[in-house]
Design a protein around this ligand. Sequence first.
Ligand code: PGA
Length: 254
Amino acid sequence: MKTYVVGNWKMNFTVGEASIYLHKIQRKLPNYRDVAVIVAPPMIALQSLSLQVDVHKLKLAAQNGFYRDYGAYAGETSFSQMVGLVDYAIIGSGERRYVFGEDDKVIARKVSAALRNKITPILCVGETESERAYGETADVLRDQVLSGLRDVSKEDINKVMIVYEPIWAISSEESSKLASIDEVTDAVKFIRNVLKESFDEGDDVPVLYGGSVNPSNAGAYLTIPGVNGVLVGGSSLILSEFLDIIEIAKRVQR
Ligand code: PGA
């Protein structure tokens, strides 16, 4: 399986800055066949970047999308409107769940809508600090995986990606902590077991880790058994760091 490096720019960069970043990364990035690089720019930049992107080097993702294809939903953008602009969509990221209050039902509908439009959903799951403290991590992960994939058939399960993204480890969180290798190992193993129990074929689903990944810890996270890549927030905004993480992914590729 490929190793995935996903950069989530969140609400950073103007359209011009995003274009300059893409230009620079495409100039410097080797054409690796076994490392898939994906960047998720702000929605407003997707259209112009889609004309600039060299799809042999990297692919574009949306950070969100709405589950209806069209209609009176002011301010939203549907996955059907993104067809041709992106190959992937991050769904249910920590910010969508906890800042914007998206629940598992909404997230499940978004996963289906992305699949319906042939966009690969990158479903994020992860417990909060207090859920971990109360020993609820396994229950939360099971609930979020099963409800997020509620409408996904066994045939389609290999068309989704999952990110284990513990909310307490996201770098922008006030009391952010680094997740230990053991914590990520256990969570990813658990997610894979849930996939296997429910879909038989979970082995081909890429499972990534996200939470304060940077060049100094990426190698350790990427060598965890069952981890097929990383989702990088803050560190992906610094081109040299993001390129370093991609190099590390190439080195540890199994
Ligand atoms: P971070 O973001 O790398 O800045 O912690 C990752 C995430 O939101 O999952």
